[in-house]
Design a binder for this molecule. Structure first.
Ligand code: DQQ
Length: 530
């Protein structure tokens, strides 16, 4: 449908047509990155879930391959649902996934590549003894899904964890031990449990180095590591994580800060984002995070368009040893290969209440770096603000930032901005927000203001990086401490009509902005020439 063509992205991963949801089983094998994903081959809405499969040399340009797995067995006939890959030390690849059975029971199944010497891993074999796990006593048969990547304990046994729910509202993650991935022992208790968080989907569990810029293999542990526990909350459709310590003897994980426990504290991404999953890239020694950007338009529109959803640009994940309280997420360096020409702007002055155009030509595919300094020009008040009022809600010290995917007359625009606040508790807080409320004139698009606080340390400038791709905006503050993704549907600010502006809606500060902005090329995402 030509009417929706501009809403396709140019460098985000997406199938050619139909519905996609969670990323599955990401891995690196013989020079190729593999991405599998939840896919409906028949329609642009969820159903008939099959594993789509694509490969890439660089995580940016992709080849679509034949489906890896289709729902064709009694134990997955209602869907080949989400799962994860484990690379064994002897080179084998183990894929564990949830099958929805003929009776709508959630079970875990094992699959493996038919031919490990095929770099494309085209053919997959489902283990004849499937399912390898069925819901244990006390767990609802439809609340047992999304096995993680395995990790090896000091006793030489592998562990996996699977999210669920107990006693109505307690989100939990079960731990199983195995030596062969075909038979398993359920451990008593849980890796972790958090009251009030409901069913945990797509649990992810991995170590991060306390110091250093490298990612860690999923089995790494020790005094120099922390462990991240992430759950996708079925009730709210939000991905939450927390930092903590994992004891491989008791198989318990303890949050660093119980007030910021899984599901009640930090989010992976404060925008349109769900069902994320990491993997360890053994080639470049980094941990890479994928996430599903779900839709903001209606199912009717998706059906008319013939497609729904994209994946984020893969992000490298590290522990933030400056704050000690959060992860850092950053687009993989390979995205820089898409950079074309760049434009620099030095210390552009933006007075209170003003908008400044940035003359960069086409503004639909951008990699924007922006730094902001403020100068107080009148007394600032002590105020309570957060992101919720959006970019029009003026206060002493903010908001200020950029307007992306805006048309010349500002009839459509998406502000991405900072809002520092002298809060009543005596601290200076900084919010990082994205306001979609004026992003589209299309009436049936869900529009929201997103955001959260971002840690800003003594002496740091405020800095954001924003990836713009037609209808997707991925925004990273302070080196990736707080991240949010927007799915917007402009109707005017499209192609050559899309512009970029700076704005300052603070009442008491002048803002000086310094920017470097790259135009980005499109990525090749197309069928493999088999
Ligand atoms: N999507 C899958 C499930 C998972 C959910 C089904 C999360 O395995 O729990 O498509 O989006």
């Amino acid at each position: 449908n030509a009417m929706f063509y501009w809403q396709r992205t140019a460098y985000h991963f997406q199938p050619e047509r139909n519905w996609m949801n969670d990323p599955d089983g990401p891995l690196f094998h013989m020079g190729w990155y593999h991405l599998f994903y939840q896919y409906n081959p028949d329609s642009a809405v969820w159903g008939n879930i099959t594993w789509g499969h694509a490969v890439s040399r660089d995580l940016i340009h992709w080849f679509h391959l034949p489906f890896a797995m289709v729902p064709d067995q009694w134990y997955d006939i209602n869907g080949v649902w989400t799962g994860s890959a484990t690379l064994l030390p002897d080179g084998q690849i183990v894929m564990l996934y949830t099958g929805d059975t003929i009776d709508s029971v959630q079970v875990q199944n094992l699959a493996y590549p038919a031919n490990l010497s095929d770099p494309l891993l085209i053919d997959w074999i489902k283990y004849p003894g499937n399912p390898v796990l069925v819901p244990p006593p006390g767990i609802e048969t439809d609340e047992f899904r999304d096995p993680t990547t395995g990790w090896l304990g000091p006793d030489g046994k592998w562990r996996i964890t699977i999210g669920s729910r107990v006693n109505e509202t307690i989100g939990v993650s079960l731990v199983y031990q195995t030596t062969n991935f075909t038979t398993y022992e359920l451990l008593e208790g849980f890796l972790h449990a958090v009251p009030g968080t409901g069913m945990w989907e797509c649990v992810d569990f991995y170590p991060v180095a306390i110091n250093g810029s490298l990612g860690l293999d999923t089995s790494a542990n020790g005094p120099d590591t922390k462990h991240v526990l992430k759950a996708s909350l079925d009730d709210t459709k939000i991905d939450h994580y927390a930092l903590g310590t994992y004891d491989p003897v008791t198989d318990r994980w303890t949050p660093d800060n119980p007030k910021e426990d899984v599901g009640i504290g930090l989010r992976v991404d404060y925008g349109r984002y769900y069902a994320s999953k990491t993997f360890y890239d053994q080639q470049k020694k980094r941990r890479i995070l994928w996430g599903w950007i779900n839709e903001t338009d209606t199912e009717e529109d998706d059906l008319e368009k013939g497609w729904a959803s994209v994946q984020t640009i893969p992000r490298a994940v590290l522990f933030d040893n400056k704050t000690g309280t959060n992860l850092l997420q950053w687009p993989v360096e390979e995205i820089e290969s898409l950079r074309l020409n760049s434009t620099d702007f030095e210390e552009i002055l933006i007075g209170p209440g003003s908008v400044v155009p940035l003359d960069i030509g086409v503004a639909t595919q951008l990699d924007i770096f922006a730094e902001f300094e403020t100068e107080l020009i009148s007394d600032s008040a002590v105020e309570e603000y957060d992101c919720s009022g959006g970019a029009v809600d003026r206060s002493s010290l903010g908001p200020f930032g950029i307007l992306v995917i805006a048309d010349q007359t500002l009839s459509e625009l998406t502000p991405v901005f900072f809002r520092p606040v002298n809060s009543t508790d005596g601290t200076l807080k900084t919010y990082f927000c994205a306001d979609e409320t004026r992003s589209s004139k299309a009436p049936d698009v869900f529009k929201q203001v997103y955001g959260s606080t971002v840690p800003v340390l003594e002496g740091e400038k405020l800095g954001m990086r924003v990836l713009v791709d037609h209808s997707i905006v991925e925004s990273f503050a302070q080196g990736g401490r707080t991240v949010m993704t927007s799915r917007i549907y402009p109707t005017e600010a499209i192609y050559g009509a899309a512009r970029l502006f700076l704005f300052n809606n603070a009442t008491s500060v002048n803002v000086k902005a310094t920017l470097k902005i790259w135009q980005l090329n499109s990525a090749f995402i197309r069928p493999f020439p088999l």
